[in-house]
Design a protein around this ligand. Sequence first.
Ligand SMILES: [Zn+2]
Length: 326
Amino acid sequence: MSQSHIDIRNGASGACPRCESDAYLTLFQAPDRFDTADGRRFHVIECSRCALIRLDPMPDAEEIASFYPPSYWCESDRSVAGRLAEMYRRLVLLDHVHFVTHDIDRSAPILDIGCGGGSLVDALRRRGLKAYGLDASRIAASRAKSNYGLTVTHGTLADAPFAARAFSTITLCHVLEHVPNPMLMLEELAALLKPGGKLFVQVPNAACWQFLLLGKRWSGLDVPRHLIHFRSVDLEDLLEATGFEVRRRKFFSLRDNPAGLATSIWPAIDPALRRMRGVRENASLRMLKDLSFLALTLAAVPFTLIEAAGAAGSTVMIEAVRRGGS
Ligand SMILES: [Zn+2]
């Protein structure tokens, strides 16, 4: 860890969600990347007992909701550029789809939790799988319908209309880092899975080279929307503690790792960040920035492949099996 510890004391605003200790080190302070919080700076701390990294204080549900502008969820765009972007999204999802469908019960329903605009559900359905989506955002659920014609359940896990042991496969991509109590969520997912069922969970990996080299400029931190910053070993420990057995892991994501490095290096040209910040620009400047971002993303591929080969990629996706017999 390259960050300097500027503060060492007992008494964080809340206990660590993994080990319940309130002793911590402050790693750094950072503003919201989307500028939603009026310049406010957020504290990122590391638990002194178990080393889990988290936002402090942990925001309540109302405050968390204020961190997500309506533009957080991709708009459907029927222009030529919009269709090209959609083709790109489909292409870069292929390694996710391959990892998830490698060895699962293809006849049983799959649930994608926090499905956002529905791209993974759509990709799985195109391969003949019975995939369903759940998202807490009404906007995301309506995007899934307008983008892909999907009917996505709108709501949280706690009030979702699913029976216990209803699924043999659940996917959870870039969700767990957004929830204040990840152990509770993993226990709820274990209850939804049949014994022997599979959970695929992907998060940014705080044990990556990008965090080591770039510190708080690493985009995988996404302060303040990411509440917990897992190292891959933290996630594996949590899975093992909540009834799962870790089977496989991958540290490279074609969709996430190169673009994540590009936006860490030059955030001002990232199309998603520009949309979130409401940047005004004419069509030619927009195209120039978009093409520059694409070029930087492609240039980032070799580095991200090498860090992933060293088990230090900027994301980790883990396949875990629910214990309790098949
Ligand atoms: Zn802890």
